[in-house]
Write a protein that binds this ligand. Sequence first.
Ligand code: PLP
Length: 462
Amino acid sequence: MDGMTANDITHVVDADRAHVWHHLIQHKPFETGEPRIIVEGKGMRVWDQHGKEHLDAVAGGVWTVNVGYGRESIANAVRDQILKMNFFGGTVGTIPGALFAEKLIAKMPGMTRVYYCNSGSEANEKAFKMVRQIAHKRYGGKKTKILYRDRDYHGSTLATMSAGGQDERNAQYGPFAPDFIRVPHCMEYRKHEQDGAPDQNYGEWAAGQIEEVILREGPDTVGALCLEPVTAGGGVITPPEGYWERVQEICEKYDILLHIDEVVCGMGRTGVWFGYQNYGVKPDIVTMAKGVASGYAAISCCVTSEKVFELFKDDASDPMNYFRDISTFGGCTAGPAAALENMRILEDEDLLGNTLTMGARMVDNLQALAEKHRVIGDVRGKGLFCGAELVTDRDTKEPMHEKMVQAVVADCMQQGVIIGATNRSIPSKNNTLCFSPPLIATADDIDEITNAVDGALGRVFA
Ligand code: PLP
């Protein structure tokens, strides 16, 4: 590792152990073991504090580094921009802010406005606030309810957790905000767990379950429906056929805004710019974060249609009729500067095309593994966003215990391949191995990942 002595590394590890509060983990293991520090990255690979090389099959752990590590052109774009003008917040605009908005909107027919913020949670909060303000402005304080789906995740803040469909994440953080209403998920593989689910046309039926909730709550009280196009942390749930078409019809029928959370799927992850574009849906609000600048800068966007924006336009009778919201670091130029270059790379290197080809290879490879390893109950995927669900029994589909799933992840890590498992906790529905490499993955990379999984499954379930 360039320029670091053994002493430097020991210092870093000690400082981390003493002072860093890591995300999503208990710290007991660090008392005897070391926290893992990622020191360098290039392309698809990262190196830890011991110089051990890893192939990254999770794009920075959380579906983020879409264009891979060590992109000099992004670093240069950010450097040039921040030397010229690093920040101005509040009511003003900036050059990269305007240019990225123009470029982004060109990829999103039907959408017209970009609201800048910093994280996926924040973008979703902005969307929720827009829906609430519209409810007050247009519907006399009714239509404040926001529907969200079981197993979907929209963020870590209290409002986004109020819209959180993963109980294991929400436990002990309540009480939550009112008027967030849960609707059922659409997981075909686990439809046997849903009362009344049909053998045929499951997608339409699952969307119909949302309509039932709307009718129960009263359509005049429901302002928006918020969904992930492909559910990420909740189990890599790809939507069944016919689902999205029906969801769109339902939203139109009851005058409900469709908010699509593209925090994970946005910027090419599924092989198209945005996950919803796989299904021909026309959203009113789209939120995005992770892949927008591939982790080279913190940026998120809440994008709306003109129909939504219009509702906030000047109104002489109501001086409060504008979006009374701000995000300090929405004025950072590093984000849109990085995002512009990130998008250029995605286009010039045809990474969307690559995602489709490599995603198909990943699914084929995983399906071949399923022939060999009976613990793989289901293989799902859209582009380079794939999952393999582990079960103890293919007939009952009893989820594999998370300890075993974690053993597979650990074995792969040992082999130098970082894979994920969707957020593991109790109750253990979190039994799905997750693969979301940077979109630059080659055929050799994909094969290396699935070969590692093959070896790991063989050892763990010997
Ligand atoms: N929405 C989805 C679908 C996510 O997966 C996440 C994070 O993983 C978020 C929102 C929250 O994003 P952030 O952690 O940037 O706040």
